[in-house]
Design a protein around this ligand. Structure first.
Ligand code: FCB
Length: 466
């Protein structure tokens, strides 16, 4: 069967600053909360890896752009490191940091690759983290200033912006499962932080539109579908509430302009609802994103059989990037016994992508959607012939592209696909264990080797289909 995509469909891949740049102490960059976390808790990261070198992209960006071009990319999703632009979070702008991204964006544009730029992919400047991070309202102001600096410095080059990467994942892992900084088990703080993030997002969108440029702005969400574990009504109810706290608390404000009533009720009953100020809610109601970015890896299954303590934690006993938690009497997440899983217990379920595209479409019919991350991690080494035969990645990407193709045929406005990731990179907690890239990175030499999937994708981009 022939899968032909609409003209102008973006064929790209994605990265994030902390995961690829390295050079964490060069040219005036400040520490982010992740640099400090890796230094202070080396035992939590596989093989005590750090992002200090990562993929050395800070020095090798020109070659990386040339590779993207050679591999037929027409788009590239990346993030700006806040601590490179404003090293201490609130003080002077670091011109060397601005210059780095200006060079990079210029090279991308020159190569015919459209940058899609996320302002915040979790690398909060450490001084802000120390002062309470997103629990401190001052962080919102600092972010708005940082966003303005970026819009003004790069607005002529960057036409696609996203405020936050996966606010749900960063909040729940930072404040509920305590796997990410600031390592808290504090559901009240989680709800507060999530609220602040979504208000900050709305304010940033308003700021951006107020500046009147010709770019577009959106947000990147991991809209992890939540299915009932069984067909019992109790599990259906568990899935509904799990979806409210996991997805809708983040998606509804961005796409519908309001926080979901059922989660508001739940948090109010448990006395953990933050103060919801009229002016905040007005901002959220006025939110008018130009597009939504969706990251999709795997779905969740909710069971009502949750006996852990209230807002108790069930991190599944592992230190993987597993956003698993439960709420007593309401839900817990369980495995799908019939599921097809990767070595990392991440289920491979392409129809889940269809469900979340359909949700975005239902919420805001016709709103442009980009699949901003989707991919598969594996432990990989170079073959005897010096390549990586990652047929499983080709299969994974193809199956998800087929779903996207179907969604477009059914009227959903999907504009592009960014495979996670352009290159193997530093994973939060897993260090360099899992590899996700089109480009294999030789950790000894930093040499980039395109995998079989990279050549397959080049062909897809060239034919605008497969
Ligand atoms: C997502 C993150 C991204 C990457 C993938 C594997 O949650 O946004 O940075 O680590 O997972």
């Amino acid at each position: 069967m022939e899968f032909q995509f609409p003209q102008g469909f973006v064929w790209g891949s994605a990265t994030a600053a902390l995961q690829i740049e390295g050079a964490t102490r060069e040219d005036g960059r400040g520490d982010s909360q992740w640099d400090v976390f890796c230094r202070e808790h080396p035992e939590r990261i596989w093989q005590q890896a750090t992002p200090d070198l990562a993929c050395d992209h800070y020095h090798r960006w020109a070659g990386d752009v040339a590779l993207m071009k050679a591999l037929g990319h027409t788009g590239y999703r990346l993030s700006i490191a806040w601590p490179r632009i404003i090293p201490d979070g609130t003080g002077a702008v670091n011109e060397a940091g601005v210059a780095f991204y200006r060079r990079l964006f210029a090279a991308l544009i020159e190569a015919g690759i459209e940058p899609n730029v996320t302002l915040y992919h979790w690398d909060l400047p450490q001084p802000l983290a120390r002062a309470g991070g997103w629990e401190n309202p001052a962080t919102m102001d600092a972010f708005l200033r940082y966003a303005r600096v970026c819009f003004e410095a790069f607005g002529d080059q960057v036409k696609l912006w996203a405020t936050f990467n996966e606010p749900s994942w960063s909040t729940l892992n930072g404040y509920v499962t305590a796997l990410h900084p600031p390592l808290k088990h504090d559901y009240r703080a989680a709800v507060q932080v999530a609220y602040t993030l979504m208000v900050t997002h709305a304010r940033t969108v308003a700021l951006f539109h107020g500046l009147g440029g010709d770019g577009k702005i959106g947000i990147v969400q991991n809209m992890c579908p939540v299915y009932p574990a069984t067909d019992s009504p109790r599990d259906a109810e568990a899935a509904r509430i799990a979806d409210a706290v996991y997805n809708r608390w983040f998606i509804d404000p961005a796409l519908l302009g309001r926080f979901p009533e059922d989660a508001v009720e739940l948090y109010r009953r448990n006395h953990i609802l933050p103060e919801m100020r009229r002016e905040d809610l007005d901002m959220v109601a006025a939110d008018s994103v130009d597009f939504i970015g969706v990251n999709y890896y795997f779905p969740h299954y909710a069971s009502a059989d949750a006996t852990e303590t209230l807002f108790g934690l069930n991190t599944s006993g592992n230190r993987d990037e597993d956003c698993h938690f439960s709420i007593k009497g309401l839900f817990k997440f369980v495995r799908n016994p019939k599921g097809r899983y990767t070595d990392w217990a991440w289920e491979i379920y392409p129809p889940g992508l269809r469900d979340l595209l359909a949700r975005a479409h239902r919420y805001r019919p016709g709103l442009p959607i980009y699949v901003t991350e989707n991919g598969i991690g594996a432990q990989e080494t170079l073959d005897a012939d010096g390549t990586v035969d990652d047929q499983y990645r080709i299969d994974f990407v193809r199956e998800h592209l087929e779903v996207i193709h179907g969604a477009i045929a059914d009227g959903m406005n999907v504009r592009g696909y960014y495979m996670w990731a352009l290159m193997d990179n530093f994973s939060w907690l897993n260090g360099y264990k899992k590899r996700y890239g089109f480009l294999f990175i030789d950790r000894e030499t930093m040499r980039r080797v395109p995998k079989k999937s990279a050549f397959w994708y080049r062909e897809v981009a060239r034919r605008n289909g497969f």
